[in-house]
Design a protein around this ligand. Sequence first.
Ligand code: SAH
Length: 396
Amino acid sequence: MAKKLPSVLLRSGEDRRVRAGHPWAFSNEILMDAETKAIPPGSLAYLRAPSGEALGLVTFNPHSLIAARLLTTNPEATVDALFLGRRIANAAALRDRLIGVPYYRLIHAEADGLPGVIVDRFGDALVVQLNSAGMDALTPVLLEALEAELSPKTIVLKNDSPVRELEGLKREVTVAKGNGEPIELIENGAKFVADLSEGQKTGWFYDQRDNRRFMAGLARDATVLDVYSYSGGFGVLAAKEGAKAVTCIDRSAAALDAAKQAAKLNGVDKVVSFDKAEAFEALEKLGGTHARKFDVVICDPPAFVKSRKDLKTGAQGYRKLVRLAAPLVARGGFLFVASCSHLVDPPVFADQVKRGLRDAERTGRILRSSGAALDHPVHPNLPETAYLKALTLQLD
Ligand code: SAH
């Protein structure tokens, strides 16, 4: 190895979790002497047990709560484009088997052995999000590895996530290769449009792929309300699969614009209508004196809980959502509610949904409890990173 790497030492007893397979060491578990504190954020380092034994290689940021993120338990490894390329190749092989078309989440951070890295693939375009100082520092190496494995035409570095601030990183979007213009994608056999540079997150939410297919299966000949529709992932697919009429509601004009384009691309623009509105207001209006009923109501809101301090009030947002949405569901119809707040765990979410139903004086049954699609795997030691929860109910 060209340059000797710095070492970070775990405090007494703090090596146990890492030895048990956990990929992180928190700052309070590390001996933060002056030398360690002076290691530049994002450096590669040896992670050492209190005995001095090297447990592996980490990216290190002395200013972050998640100070060390394990890249490999082999301290002899060289972290270069070949190393990253092998992980990318494995992740791509898995997705190709699971999804079949090159439109998927290619890298889902720790679960794919690349902590701090998200890559969504749109055919020959990639959208990359780097959420740790370590991976940000490795940007050129990662780009080289992506190039070697996939030779993409376009690479957008969508580095605008708020978590970057916790790592002392700037929030910015840059196009590393190609033009980063909106692009067509295929999902569940339908065509959609994702704006890779200006869209929300990576431009598309692949995590709902399986839930969209399931809901579309319930929507044949049905009337459908798709609240928080973004670019039509649920609503346009439902229309393509035979829904009678679909209403998409979102407050983002750009998102609805992409949804409109998708409706056209799939030949269902006569079936889908669009309403740019605040969701709660729109739901209240629809539930007014001449309450309209829908056979299927889909609610896939943004994270209501963004930090621990708003856990209680945020979680109640799901109750309110169900209180407002349930009255719009026809008897025997279906309600889908999702939460992507990682701080809200499944029992808390289910409890809020239950309360919302009670508020709306509706009864029913949970048909399906689901999460993110298979291209969003979970590291076994980080069960809390399984952020997406969804319940599908039939209402009486
Ligand atoms: N269901 C979508 C993803 C939803 S993401 C899909 O399948 O792809 C959340 C969406 O909620 C975003 O499109 C965002 O613009 C919208 N949104 C956020 N707050 C909103 C509000 N108060 N009212 C209406 N839409 C909102």
